[in-house]
Design a protein around this ligand. Sequence first.
Ligand SMILES: Cc1cc2nc3c(=O)[nH]c(=O)nc-3n(C[C@H](O)[C@H](O)[C@H](O)COP(=O)(O)O)c2cc1C
Length: 381
Amino acid sequence: MLHASPNTFGHSFKVTTFGESHGRAGGAVLDGVKPGLPFDLKAIQLELDRRRPGQSDMASKREERDKVQVLSGIFEGRTTGSPIALIVFNEDQRPGDYQAIKDIFRPGHADMTYSRKYGLRDHLGGGRASGRETLARVAAGAWAKQQLAPLGVAIRSFNREIGGVRCEALDWGFVEKNPLKSCDPNAFPAQREAVEAAMANKDSVGAISEIHISGLPIGLGDPVFSKLDAMLAYACMSIGGVKGVEFGSGFQAARMRGSQHNDPILPSGFSSNNSGGVLGGISNGDVFIVRLAIKPTSSIGAAQKTIDADGVATEIEISGRHDPCIAPRLLPVAEAMCAIAIYDAWLAQQDLAPQSIPSVEDYDWDSIVRVLFNNQLGDKP
Ligand SMILES: Cc1cc2nc3c(=O)[nH]c(=O)nc-3n(C[C@H](O)[C@H](O)[C@H](O)COP(=O)(O)O)c2cc1C
């Protein structure tokens, strides 16, 4: 049986994305939105600007301006309760760039699997499997962030490791000041070298991204199949290029003893955070920590073995505009998917036990702007 909604995420708050890489437009439809909430289009645009390519010499030079527009669901600056449709028209379509690979499957991309599964393939920039689809997620996530900010929830991210070079320090102030979104000024030069060395060899590098979600109350997440960590893993694994998800101590937990891993509970809270902010699939009030393994960019200039649509062996060298590491641009997408999943869990908890959790209608407009702005600067909210 066909999955009911492969293009929709969420239960109480539902986000549907539409659009292909080189289609006329992409966007998101947000349903489950309460009426009467203020709507800030500028905050959504700010998030989209963070995802946009061409922002540094270590990113692709595509000129996509990604101006978001609202089609429905807003009246005189407030939500009406009907679906909000957000749309971004494509302004930098270059179908000619992809002519040479029309009938050749690019290694590391979804070309072969889409083609074999559906019997046809939109070969322009990866079609639906393109990173461009994620702008819809970022727009929807920006709305979810706007709902969470006045409740004290802040979602921030950085790259913990790039090209095999790990950040030991976590300097929030440094994150938005460097093109790789590294969190350690001491590790950054070696990380940049790793990226530049890969570029010089027509190659790419991977990374480990980390997302911190602070201000969560105890109680979000619905065991057993909608556990908070399960929903966040689902949300993050749906992003192209993500090969692994871990929470708190993650895979390191396998090498620890119970006495080391258990987070002691004090009257003031937990004294360590190996759990990553979740116990039994329910938020425990500590900072929620998600780490993602990001694979090296598939589109590389180096020669690679592949096959054409008829299964005949060939070689491919991919030209065009591609980031040597997608992790910096993936961060706003990961934050967005976390925001959507958390907001969804928040609404579910309000239905289950309204008294246990602040209401999303309790707005403090000043704090929304403050938290969003601080996020932008990478400061601690
Ligand atoms: C924001 C974003 C931008 C991306 N940009 C590129 C890119 O420029 N080149 C590339 O090869 N892959 C890029 N990707 C990754 C591909 O979309 C992804 O690797 C591909 O669809 C295959 O999916 P999979 O890696 O999940 O198996 C990007 C992903 C995201 C989230």
